[in-house]
Design a protein around this ligand. Structure first.
Ligand SMILES: Nc1nc2c(c(=O)[nH]1)N[C@H]1C(S)=C(S)[C@@H](COP(=O)(O)O)O[C@H]1N2
Ligand SMILES: [Mo]
Length: 251
C-alpha cells in the first residue's frame, strides 16, 4: 500500500516534469505513454536518466568519405542471395509476436511511408567510427500499425545472415520499447542518398542511434515483439550479447 502511494506521487512528479519540459522538445522527446497516467510512474525513472535525449546529429560537411562495412558484408543464405538478385522485389518485412495486427511490408511500401533522415555517428567497439546519412521509416510508425499488446517489452530483430557454417545461427538483436519508439530509431533503406548497399545491410537495417554499432542490425527481415528474449538463441538478446557483450550498449 505504501509503495503504491509512493508510486502515485512519483507519477504526479512525472506529469509536472513533463509540463515543464515542453520547451525542451527539440533536444528531448517523451513517449506518448507518459500521458497515459497509469504507466507514468514506470516511465518516470526514464525521465530522470538521459534515455529520452536525442543522439547528436551532424551536417553534410561532417560525412565520412565512405561508410565502411563491418561483420557480414554478404549474407550467405540461398534465400537472401535469390532476393538480392531480384533487387528485393519479393522481399518482405514481417512484424509479429505480441501484436494485435501482424504486418508485412514490401520495400516499395516502406519507401512510400513517411521517412526520417538523420546524419549520425556510428561507433563500433572494434575501434572505428563513421558519420553517415540515413533515411528510413521510424520503427514507431510500423509498430503503431501492428498495435503492440500490453505485454510486449522488447523488439527482436531477426537478420538474414547466418553466423555459423551450418547456416542456422542467424545474427539478431533486441531493444526495449522505449528505444523502439525513439524518434531516431529507424529502419533505414538509404545510406548517403543512395540505396543501402548490401555490405551495409540491404534492403533495410536498424539505426538505434544512442547505442553502439553491434546493436544496429543489418539485413532485418522480421521484427518480433516479445515479453522476454530468454528463449531466443543464446537467451541474452543478441548475437554478440550471447558472446559476452553488454545488452544495453548506450553511448
Ligand atoms: N546482421 C548483421 N548486423 C550487424 C552486423 C553483422 O555482422 N550482421 N555487424 C554489426 C556491427 S559489429 C557493426 S559495427 C555494424 C556495422 O555496420 P556497417 O557494416 O554498415 O558498417 O553492423 C552491426 N550489425
Ligand atoms: Mo561493431
Amino acid at each position: 500500500m505504501k509503495r503504491r502511494a509512493l508510486l502515485r506521487s512519483f507519477g504526479g512528479l512525472g506529469t509536472l516534469l513533463l509540463a515543464g519540459c515542453d520547451r525542451l522538445s527539440s533536444s528531448e522527446w517523451f513517449p506518448k505513454v507518459l500521458e497515459a497516467g497509469e504507466q507514468t510512474s514506470r516511465s518516470v525513472q526514464h525521465l530522470l536518466t538521459p534515455r529520452t535525449a536525442m543522439a547528436q546529429e551532424f551536417t553534410e560537411a561532417d560525412l565520412s568519405p565512405q561508410f565502411r562495412s563491418n561483420g557480414t558484408a554478404m549474407p550467405q543464405s540461398a534465400e537472401y542471395v535469390a532476393l538480392a538478385k531480384n533487387s528485393f522485389v519479393d522481399w518482405r518485412l514481417t512484424i509479429d509476436g505480441l501484436v494485435e495486427k501482424p504486418q508485412q511490408f514490401s520495400l516499395a511500401e516502406l519507401r512510400a511511408m513517411k521517412s526520417r533522415t538523420q546524419i549520425t555517428r556510428h561507433d563500433c567497439v572494434e575501434g572505428w567510427s563513421a558519420i553517415g546519412k540515413w533515411k528510413g521509416v521510424p520503427l514507431g510508425d510500423l509498430l503503431a500499425l501492428a498495435k503492440p499488446k500490453a505485454t510486449a517489452r522488447f523488439a527482436v530483430f531477426h537478420c538474414a545472415d547466418p553466423m555459423d557454417d551450418e547456416g542456422k545461427d542467424f545474427y539478431y538483436e533486441s531493444i526495449d520499447m522505449l528505444d523502439a519508439y525513439h524518434p531516431q530509431t529507424i529502419l533505414a533503406y538509404d545510406l548517403n542518398d543512395k540505396t543501402l548497399p548490401i555490405q551495409n545491410g540491404a534492403p533495410i537495417r536498424l539505426r538505434v542511434e544512442r547505442q553502439l554499432g553491434y546493436k544496429h542490425a543489418k539485413y532485418v527481415h522480421r521484427v518480433e515483439l516479445v515479453e522476454s528474449f530468454g528463449k531466443i538463441a543464446g537467451g541474452n538478446g543478441g548475437y554478440w550479447e550471447d558472446n559476452g557483450y553488454q545488452w544495453y550498449a548506450g553511448i
